[in-house]
Structures are given as C-alpha cells and as structure tokens.
Design a protein around this ligand. Structure first.
Ligand code: IPE
Ligand code: MG
Length: 252
C-alpha cells in the first residue's frame, strides 16, 4: 500500500509552490528609488515615478500568485524629514495613482485602502483617497493597502493610548483597535520583501510582522518586477514556518 502511494506521488507532477501557500499577505518595503535615479543621472523624483510603474506591475501580478493582501510602503512618516519637493513629488504620484487607477481597481476586483495618518496629507488627496476607498470597497480579488505617512510605532502607541484605563486587554482586541487607528485592517504579514539592499524593517508593520518571513533583495525597487515577486513567493513556500513551535519533522 505504501509502495503504491509512493508510486502515485512519483507519477503526479509536482504541484506549483503556490498551491501550498495560497491566500498570502505580502508586504513590500519598496526601497531604492532615489539610488536608481541618481545612478542614471536623473532626479530622485524620476526614481519615484519609475517605482510607481513597478508598483502597478506588481499589483497586477499579485492575485495570480495567491496574494490576497498586498501592502506597499509608499511614504513613511519618517520621510517628512526629506526635502518638501521630494515628499510632494511622492504625494503627487499617489494622487495621480488614486485618480487614474480607481476604475481599473473596480474592474479588477481590487479593494484599495490607505493605511497611515491622513491629517498631514493635502485635503484634495484625502478626498480622492476616501472616494477611491468607497468606490473599491467591494473588491475581493486583492486588498491593496498603500502605507502613506505610516509609522507602525505611532499606530501601536495610539492604539495603546485608547486603552490606557483598561486593565485587561486581549491581543485580539488590541489588534482590532490597532486596525481602527490607522484603518485598512490589521492583517498578519506572511512575507515581507525589502528591495534596495538594506536589511531593516524601518517602522513598517511591526505588529503584523511578528511571524513574517523576510526576503531582502539587492535590486532597487524600479528594477523589481512580477518575476521577482513570483520568485520571492516561491522562496517563501520553501520556508518552514514554526511560529515558535517545533518544525513538523520534530513535532510528535
Ligand atoms: C523608497 O526609495 C521610496 C520611498 C521612500 C518613498 P528611496 O527614496 O528611499 O530611495 P533610496 O533608498 O534613497 O535609493
Ligand atoms: Mg531608502
């Protein structure tokens, strides 16, 4: 019987890696735009524009790779330390994205959420964001979360402040409050990808990445493409996720 079983397994084609790990939340720290541009003698804003194009391609490729939630780090709260012209260029690209892509998102079943603070964003951008979020709310193929003026530490701090008189608090209810604080939900990250060569988390999704698998790539974000995303997802599929328990081979 065992022999028979083994034979059947040998005959069957190996299922694609994705079949073992569908329904992923992939988070990406899309780093390296500025260096990509500088190395070509271009202004940093050109790197951000190229990065936005990469984002479009990656978003389009995500659903077929089993990704149900894709969180992209578009603008960190720490990025306000950059020259206003650069931050404004990034915000303009975001505004352009929201205005031009909403219809496409609806057609493709993509629900768009912006996570992060909104009070420091231009009013017109804020309005465009809420219009797009409302218009795409029914999308179920992909939940696209763009982190804008986002600081994970600040989100956790504000969520904790809401509870400062509460003595007992379950991690689940805390997670729900965290989701409310910066909107867009609080979804456990399966795979965190960072492009651009640095190996750090930069205040991104600290709570949600507790058990995430990390893939760090030298490639700068504008050079990243759907094939790289697929390779990262395949790399993820090879990892054994124990969440602190024993690997399957050792568990009784
Ligand atoms: C990441 O690229 C994009 C944002 C922070 C918005 P960078 O702008 O950090 O590019 P490098 O790291 O300077 O190359
Ligand atoms: Mg950087």
């Amino acid at each position: 019987m065992l022999m028979h079983h083994q034979t059947v397994r040998q005959i069957l084609p190996t299922p694609p890696a994705i079949a073992q790990a569908p329904r992923l939340h992939v988070a990406i720290i899309s780093d390296g735009n500025g260096r990509w541009a500088s190395s070509r003698g271009l202004p940093r804003s050109a790197g951000h524009r190229a990065g936005a194009e990469t984002a479009r391609q990656v978003i389009a490729a995500a659903p077929r790779l089993g990704i149900h939630t894709l969180t992209l780090f578009a603008l960190s709260s720490a990025n306000w330390k950059r020259p206003a012209a650069e931050v404004n260029a990034i915000l303009r690209l975001l505004h352009e994205y929201v205005l031009t892509e909403t219809t496409h998102c609806i057609e493709e079943g993509v629900r768009l959420s912006i996570i992060g603070r909104r009070d420091r964003l231009p009013v017109t951008l804020r309005q465009a964001i809420s219009d797009s979020e409302a218009a795409t709310a029914c999308g179920t193929r992909l939940h696209l979360r763009l982190a804008v003026d986002y600081s994970a530490r600040e989100a956790i701090y504000h969520a904790a402040c809401r509870f400062y008189k509460v003595t007992e608090l379950s991690p689940e209810s805390f997670s729900n409050v965290l989701a409310e604080v910066h909107r867009g939900g609080s979804v456990e990250v399966d795979l965190l990808i960072r492009t651009g060569g640095e190996q750090r988390i930069s205040d991104f999704l600290l709570w949600e990445c507790a058990f995430a698998e990390f893939v760090f790539l030298q490639k700068r974000w504008p050079d990243f493409n759907a094939t790289d995303l697929e390779a990262a997802v395949q790399e993820f599929a090879k990892r054994e996720r124990t969440r602190g328990a024993l690997p399957d081979a050792l568990a009784g």
